[in-house]
Design a protein. Structure first.
Lengths: 105, 105
């Protein structure tokens, strides 16, 4: 595995009038920026990557994050959730249960 | 697992003068379009998703595709390679060896 964790953050943008909304409007970019900074701060850039993604088809749950190879989906993620995701999931191997989109397990 | 295969295709764009190049200039969008069409044609949209991705940090290998949860990386992918990836890997479970970026295994 090239990355121990490959983290995809939806940054899809839609027109503001689109009823589906989008993860960009729900803070996707800020979440990815926070994740990138936290990985750097903790020296984890070699083992985990904060990747931008297009639409992950989970618009109603935005901002959405999916972590592979585990296939763990998080919804409603805010930048302030990022340190917990990194500490508990990426470092400790324990997904952050309160943020999981359970229907996707 | 929400998707049996979640396929990320790099569509990152860089300035044409950037020496790293980018997957967009190497056909990333056409590869994803071909993959999306092939999945639809074969009725596989429910089990596999053709996702757009930002830079996958494999620029020299573009166009780059990574398939999760397996973590199989493909480089130099062209639209005409897509039916083989779908048939052999996504349907048959046998990655297309000639396209793999072996250093990422």
């Amino acid at each position: 595995m090239r990355f121990r964790h490959h983290v995809f953050v939806c940054e899809n943008q839609r027109d503001p009038t689109d009823p589906r909304g989008c993860c960009s409007a729900r803070g996707g970019e800020a979440v990815r920026a926070a994740l990138k900074a936290e990985l750097k701060r903790r020296g984890l850039q070699g083992s985990a990557r904060a990747n931008s993604a297009g639409c992950l088809d989970a618009c109603e749950h935005g901002a959405v994050v999916v972590v592979y190879p585990e296939g763990v989906w998080y919804g409603g993620v805010r930048p302030e959730d990022v340190p917990e995701i990194v500490e508990s999931h990426l470092v400790g191997g324990r997904p952050v249960e309160r943020l999981r989109i359970r229907t996707y397990d």
